[in-house]
Design a protein around this ligand. Structure first.
Ligand code: MN3
Length: 249
């Protein structure tokens, strides 16, 4: 091997090694089909939507989806990459580990990590559990809804009511234990159940940016319509992962 080709090989090998390590920090990896929505300027990557911006219409309009994903979520990712420049351990840690132990962080980044990594985790879950081929809850998830949440109709009514009561910005979640037990819980801002040692099976974003273009102040109408976007196949996968102890964000 000549010096030049050897150097080329070494560079390539280093690149492959870096690529093999990098996905550890990228918990929602890009699929081959969808281009990344933001340039990779650090260890955190905006996960591309796996459906079109208009796929959830008329329940969530394309413009809201585009702004929500490409600007709001992208901003959390960009902020994390900025923090990671001076705190590289942030980019090489598991997101669930960081969110589950925020008090281990230095005071100068704790608040920003809580908001931006929480926002990154929340939105990654949010895009994943929506889609145009929603289906219905069945099997184990339906059995858990019947057992813990009083059946599908009561669950949806109670979930919408909790989302409506959340004052200001925040989220309404269904949390899930390793035993598969479900509960409806809200969180303010970009807090996530991981911060309390729990996991979100699913959740809805009740920040005004999630619905204001189409629904203005009618959050209740948005909460009701949102059920038409829910991808129960994904939620069944998340439920199985939660029971296996492998559910990420
Ligand atoms: Mn949002």
């Amino acid at each position: 091997m000549s010096a030049i080709s050897r150097r080329h090989f070494v560079t390539m090998a280093a690149g492959i090694a870096a690529a093999a390590v990098a996905p550890r920090a990228v918990f929602a990896q890009a699929t081959a089909a969808a281009p990344a929505a933001a340039p990779a300027a650090g260890p955190f990557v905006l996960p591309p939507l796996t459906y079109a911006f208009n796929a959830l219409e008329p329940h969530i309009d394309a413009r809201t989806m585009e702004i929500h994903h490409d600007r709001h979520h992208a901003a959390y990712v960009a902020n994390l990459n900025t923090i990671a420049k001076t705190n590289p351990q942030l980019g090489s840690s598991k997101i669930t580990d960081v969110l589950g132990n925020l008090n281990a962080l230095n005071d100068d980044i704790k608040f920003a990590v809580r908001n931006n990594l929480g926002g990154h985790a929340n939105h990654t879950m949010f895009w994943e559990i929506m889609g145009s081929n929603g289906g219905k809850p069945e099997g184990e998830v339906l059995a858990a809804i019947d057992k813990d949440l009083g059946g599908l109709e009561k669950f949806q009514t109670d979930f919408n009511a909790a989302g409506g009561r959340q004052f200001g910005s925040g989220w309404v979640f269904v949390t899930v234990t390793k035993e598969g037990k479900l509960a409806i819980e809200t969180r303010p801002n970009q807090d996530n159940p991981i911060m309390d040692g729990k996991r979100a099976l699913m959740g809805n974003d009740v920040w005004e940016h999630a619905y204001y273009l189409n629904y203005q102040n009618r959050r209740a109408d948005y909460l009701k319509a949102w059920w038409n976007t829910v991808n129960w196949t994904k939620i069944a996968e998340r439920y199985a992962a939660a029971k296996a102890g492998t559910l990420g964000v």
